[in-house]
Design a protein around this ligand. Structure first.
Ligand code: NZQ
Ligand code: ZN
Length: 394
């Protein structure tokens, strides 16, 4: 708790109009010659992006094979498929064309190729540490997870959704053309923007050291995303708003908004991962469904930050007591999520409330996945996790 930090963001960012046309030269510049193009359920086929990416690789004289079919909450089975295909074709570079799910699946394949003697699942089980990875690059199609610059990947298998973090998997480059996101459905746009907000909020609500510049960056990012997500909810074709949230997606999760704050609460994320594992929900929507309950459960333990958030981010006029101000800030954020069509309870997320047995399972799985406790604003144990799911269960 001393405010020291290490920031490592090696990803080269190529941002703006037609940036995807540079992908061939970028792969070459980072030493790739035989490429696995990895993509999702078909949006990149329908938009013509996949063809443009292939044309760019061909122009650069690169060999490629392709593997589509990555689903949201990406599955380990698809990762294994990608590993086999890459081995058979002596692939030396992975190119993710899609969102967080595709990039995370690519990261898992890259780890597996880096250490072919091991099962990559062991990383997500946390029974060993990665020592090597193949290089990867990303052509981003949704502003959301921030995987294009993050050290994280999240993979689902056997009813579990588990993450693994290592600098080894940070993409060599991220190609970001905001125009590629104009085809997103409103729900995905707003869920993505909610995830962006959450990546900074997870770092902001901390009892650790404080740095004014980090707070200023974090608060500015939160205000910018809120403003532009609201614009996109009304006007999805607004290029400038797409550009704002796309850049925020990377900055929110590359480490910048946590420097020196000893933060990394990430309890809402861990609570959401269990919802994703059990009910296959959209990640950003799962987050908004638990955040208001998490916030009301923990705010007293982190009161100054909740007050600062209320005033500086949500524009709340300070009330008579700090508690009241903090609660007004939480309610304002909850209303904001509602205003962009996001769920703020489990029944809004799932279309029903869950049983007490389901709550126990969710909390137990969350405790197993987190080694028994999680959180920085407040350390949560299994009973706390169950209480938060219960509060959200309306
Ligand atoms: O599969 P396709 O057909 O491409 O459709 C996708 C998918 O259905 C669609 N989509 C993406 N770009 C589009 C588009 N549709 C139309 N036009 C476009 N331009 O959007 C849907 C969601 O895609 P997905 O990749 O799942 O979204 P997101 O980026 O939100 O990724 C979510 C995954 O990332 C993980 C989440 O847990 C979840 O599994 N996370 C990864 C993180 C990381 N690696 O750093 C951090 C996050 O906290 C998160 O946990
Ligand atoms: Zn997230």
């Amino acid at each position: 708790m001393n405010g020291d930090f290490t920031l490592y963001t090696p990803t080269k960012v190529v941002f703006g109009h037609k940036a995807e046309e540079k992908v061939g030269e970028l792969v070459c510049a980072f030493g790739g010659s035989r490429v696995l193009i990895h993509y999702g359920g078909g949006s990149v086929v329908r938009s013509g992006l996949l063809d443009r990416v292939k044309a760019s690789l061909e122009k650069a004289g690169l060999f490629y094979v392709e593997l589509g079919g990555v689903v949201p909450n990406p599955q380990l089975s698809k990762v294994y498929e990608g590993i086999e295909l890459a081995k058979v074709n002596r692939v030396d570079f992975i190119l993710a064309v899609g969102g967080g799910s595709v990039i995370d699946s690519s990261k898992a394949i890259a780890y597996a190729l880096g250490e072919p003697e091991y099962d990559v699942k062991e990383l997500y089980e946390h029974t060993r540490t990665a020592k090597a990875s193949y290089p990867l690059g990303a052509v981003l199609t949704i502003a959301a997870a921030g995987s294009e610059m993050s050290d994280s990947s999240v993979i689902s298998y056997e009813g579990k959704k588990r993450g693994y973090n290592s600098d080894l998997c940070r993409p060599r480059f991220a190609v970001m053309d905001p125009e590629l996101t104009l085809t997103l459905p409103d729900y995905q746009t707003c869920a993505g923007c909610s995830d962006i907000l959450m990546h900074t909020m997870e770092r902001y609500f901390t009892n650790g050291s404080k740095m004014q510049i980090t707070d200023a960056l974090a608060e500015g990012l939160l205000r910018t995303v809120m403003k532009n997500a609201a614009v996109l909810h009304r006007d999805p074709q607004n290029y400038q708003a797409r550009a704002e949230v796309m850049w925020c997606s990377s900055l929110s999760h590359n480490g910048l908004t946590g420097c020196g704050n000893d933060g990394n609460d990430f309890a809402s994320h861990r609570l959401e991962h269990e919802l994703g594992a059990l009910y296959d929900v959209t990640h950003g929507a799962g987050l908004t469904a638990v955040w208001p309950s998490w916030a009301r459960y923990v705010y007293r333990n982190c009161l100054p930050r909740f007050v600062q958030f209320a005033v500086n981010v949500m524009g709340v006029v300070p009330a008579a007591t700090d508690e009241e101000t903090a609660l007004l800030g939480i309610a304002a954020m909850e209303n904001y999520f509602r205003s962009i069509g996001m769920p703020v309870t489990l029944s809004e997320l799932l279309g029903r409330t869950v049983s007490e047995e389901e709550i126990q399972t969710l909390a137990h799985n969350c405790a197993l996945a987190t080694g028994g406790k999680v959180g920085s604003a407040m350390v949560l144990y299994e009973a706390d996790m169950a209480n938060i799911y219960r509060m959200a269960n309306k």
